[in-house]
Design a protein around this ligand. Structure first.
Ligand code: PEP
Ligand code: MG
Length: 324
């Protein structure tokens, strides 16, 4: 298998009916970077900036953040890198940050909620990113957005930093701004959201947790609800359709993107970019290259009309029958 994946390294993930899907990597630590060359991924679709923050004894200052982001862009060597702003809180605890205990930390003071309440942290991070990406492309993504207004406030802070840094001679060659879709409420704000962003990335780990009210880290319930259930797929389809209609690039960067059956289903629903851990890339590419996405789409949309617990076993049988 590994030899087969290595052979496909430089081959694009094009389906039998000619749709190309861009496969990118999720990363967070320097050790993830060599996987870019090993797998032939087209870039980093999700760089979790909180991981280096968690691995340190104190909050990193602008210059050490800048050095790190610079190194990542150097190693990506022209391939795009999506930097997600600090997504701490809930399961990602900073050892030097002593917050107040919360009954429901996953739904508590976390992520963009922290960085909007403590804008100095966000400003410093954006400053470091702008400086690191000076003369290159900068892609910034905001996590856990629940309201369009949170994105607008974050964009305002980004604009301030861009203006200030331009004065100091740091000017990214181009800028792309995106949000993650992890909170169900945002699905009903897509009309107002999409004109404000260049790309959207579905964080299916958190989205499914909140959609089914089911703790993503609780092993007792990890098998209880399925991302291939009609409910989950209907929500995903609604998001993907809205993005494609608005011409906003839509990716999925949660764990499901790195599993072959899920990846084929997402691509059939119209997702053109999938971001995943390095181990998923080979198997996902093989599956996509053997799939007729148009036929899978017809099958999935027809099956969505029924409402079993999950479409997984039907999709698996269908995939086997089609030689995927
Ligand atoms: C997600 O929620 O799906 C996601 C990609 O973000 P994280 O797993 O870092 O919360
Ligand atoms: Mg998340």
């Amino acid at each position: 298998k590994q030899a087969e994946y290595a052979q496909l390294r430089d081959v694009p993930a094009v389906s039998l009916d000619g749709t190309e899907v861009s496969l990118m990597l999720n990363a967070g630590l320097m050790i993830d970077l060599p996987h870019l060359d090993e797998t032939g991924a087209s870039g980093i679709g999700l760089y979790r900036t909180e991981l280096p923050f968690m691995a340190r004894p104190s909050l990193p200052d602008v210059s050490s953040q800048r050095a790190l982001y610079s190194k990542i862009l150097d190693q990506a060597n022209g391939r795009p890198v999506v930097f997600r702003t600090l997504d701490v809180g809930s399961d990602k605890v900073l050892p030097y940050w002593h917050g107040t205990p919360e009954d429901n930390p996953a739904m508590g003071w976390r992520s963009i909620r922290i960085t909007l309440d403590r804008p100095a942290i966000l400003r410093e991070q954006l400053r470091a990113l702008i400086q690191a990406a000076s003369g290159r492309e900068l892609r910034v993504m905001f996590p856990m957005v629940a309201e369009v207004d949170e994105l607008l406030q974050s964009k305002k802070i980004l604009k301030m930093e861009l203006e200030e840094q331009a004065g100091a001679g740091f000017i990214p060659q181009s800028l792309k701004v995106g949000t993650m879709l992890e909170v169900p409420a945002l699905v009903w704000q897509l009309k107002a959201l999409l004109p404000e962003i260049d790309f959207l990335s579905v964080g299916s780990n958190d989205l499914m947790q909140f959609l089914f009210a089911c703790d993503r880290g609780n092993p007792r319930m990890s098998e209880r609800y399925d991302v291939l259930s009609p409910a989950a797929l209907s929500v995903l389809k609604q998001i993907i359709d809205a993005c494609n209609e608005a011409g906003v690039s839509c990716s999925v960067c949660g764990e499901m993107a790195g599993r072959p059956l899920e990846a084929v289903t997402l691509a059939a629903l119209g997702v053109k970019t999938l971001s995943m851990s390095a181990s998923g890339l080979g198997p996902v590419k093989v599956a996509l290259r053997s799939a007729d996405l148009g036929r899978v789409r017809d099958y999935v949309t027809q099956q969505l009309q029924t409402a079993p617990h999950s479409l997984r076993s039907r999709l698996r049988n269908y995939a086997v029958d089609m030689g995927i």
